[in-house]
Design a protein around this ligand. Structure first.
Ligand SMILES: NC(=O)c1ccc[n+]([C@@H]2O[C@H](COP(=O)([O-])OP(=O)(O)OC[C@H]3O[C@@H](n4cnc5c(N)ncnc54)[C@H](O)[C@@H]3O)[C@@H](O)[C@H]2O)c1
Length: 317
């Protein structure tokens, strides 16, 4: 049984990790600005989850929580997430993601916490140079969000070396699954299909991106957390495949035959006027060799699971 401190424990990925660790009997601290509905439900179910309200940029809140909990390791999920959020508040994104991460590392040093698993992103690469890349691909992030994630990786390498803290960076790609609390692909298409609404997206049918189901990501994160003596400090946890968004929409139409959802050819836009850079698949062989990570969900399997979960939510409502 371990004691794990999870920043961003109210978020989509953080709450999923909180749940998995609590299920297996670890003592878990969830540090976040807010206690969202998912974390509230989990705390009602498991007595081994503590909630620490706090702000990453407020050193004293973080340090007090870390002192009170006495963790064996940190899983660092809290961040301003996504290209559009990054663009709408560049300074705040850098403060939370970079300064906030340094605060977490400093609090770990203060409390002798030896290990961190840091959630990083495929955005650190900028434009992919191939359809499938491994962790040695050069990092030239082009958007504030990716720049902040890469700065965090590099600063923590510097900090870790000087302070004897192990920091393992997990670069993942688009994470999806039931419970995603915001409208984004593929949730937008799945919800429209199940609810019988029409949805057409202008552009993006040929866009290739690796989309990983939340259960696979949590499997990989926990395997990385449990593994001792890492030979690398960065791993991909994703699927290793990048079907096009057009293929994704076709699969949704197969799973929900009367769905009126579609996507047209052309550049994929992250937001109005923001054309996405080339992406592709994240090769996960390193994580497979190091700690046996193997994704269980193809995108089609994950979409079917999302459809079933959405139908269940509607039936229970
Ligand atoms: N979701 C994805 O597709 C994806 C892809 C690649 C990487 N990631 C990374 O995974 C991690 C988790 O992402 P997510 O999808 O769960 O995002 P999320 O937005 O659902 O969760 C982030 C959590 O961090 C908390 N947070 C934000 N700012 C904070 C602050 N200043 N102080 C304290 N808490 C704060 C939020 O309240 C939220 O609960 C992030 O580091 C993100 O960069 C996510």
């Amino acid at each position: 049984m371990a004691r794990i401190f999870i920043t961003g424990g109210s978020g989509f990925v953080g709450a999923a990790i909180v749940e998995r660790l609590a299920q297996r009997g670890d003592d878990v601290a969830a540090f976040d600005i807010v206690e969202g509905p998912q974390l509230k439900t989990l705390r009602a179910r498991y007595s081994n989850i503590a909630f620490f309200p706090g702000e990453l940029t407020e050193w004293s809140q973080l340090a007090e929580a870390m002192k009170a909990f006495r963790a064996d390791a940190v899983v660092h999920c809290a961040a301003v997430v996504g290209i559009l959020n990054g663009a709408s508040s560049r300074l705040w994104t850098m403060r939370v993601n970079v300064e906030g991460s340094l605060n977490v590392l400093s609090a770990m040093r203060l409390c002798d916490v030896p290990r961190m698993i840091n959630l990083s992103s495929e955005e650190v690469y900028g434009t992919f140079s191939a359809n499938r890349i491994d962790e040695t691909h050069p990092c030239f992030p082009v958007k504030t969000y990716g720049i902040s994630k890469f700065a965090t990786e590099q600063l923590s390498r510097d900090f870790a070396e000087e302070n004897g803290i192990e920091v393992i960076h997990i670069r993942t790609c688009w994470v999806y699954g039931p419970g995603l609390p915001r409208p984004r692909i593929p949730k937008t298409f799945v919800d429209a299909a199940v609810e019988g609404r029409s949805l057409h997206l202008e552009g993006g049918a040929e866009y290739r991106v690796d989309q990983v189901y939340i259960d696979d990501l949590t499997d990989g994160l926990i395997a990385a957390l449990d593994h001792q003596a890492h030979r690398h400090d960065v791993y991909h946890i994703s699927t290793g495949e990048a079907p096009t968004l057009g293929q994704m929409v076709d699969w949704i139409r197969e799973i929900v035959p009367d769905a009126d959802v579609s996507i047209s050819s052309g550049p994929y836009q992250v937001g109005p006027g923001v054309v996405a850079v080339r992406k592709g698949a994240l090769d996960c062989d390193r994580a497979c060799r190091a700690f046996g990570y193997k994704p269980k969900f193809t995108l089609r399997d994950g979409l079917a699971a999302c459809v079933a979960a959405r139908r269940q939510v509607l039936a229970d409502a």
